[in-house]
Design a protein around this ligand. Sequence first.
Ligand code: DQA
Length: 150
Amino acid sequence: MSENTPARILVLNGPNLNLLGTREPEIYGHETLADVEELCRAAAAKAGYEVEFLQSNHEGVLIDAIHAARGTFCGIVINPGAFTHTSIALADAISGVQLPAIEVHISNVHKREAFRHHSYISPVAASIIVGAGVNGYVLGVQQLIHLASR
Ligand code: DQA
């Protein structure tokens, strides 16, 4: 890890992801958000990193969390949910704080409706992980650790 880089990762989840486990399980699987949190913490702990985990259905709460992440976290793993396809404000927050952000989608959005094919977040993301199920969050955590230890 580079000097002065906090060994902490912020994992953010946007709208409706609190319903994971019961929400369209044929698309999003049976794991709950609590399961995802545990997976992220375990993956981070292997490398001596901590995770802060936040889900919100409110765009402004996510934006505030991104702003507060500067100086406190080495980067952000974010599944913005449907805000992916609508939120310039979320994209601006990510580019504004200049922290690496890994965009994660549980489902393969490119196999789904056309409105899910465009992401406002992808142009400001360091990496994008789609269609890996909840393991995408683990890959996101690992990728941030990789970036922070260069
Ligand atoms: C999602 C894909 C989005 O299109 C959708 O609105 C979600 C979840 C995913 O994880 O696959 O809420 O981000």
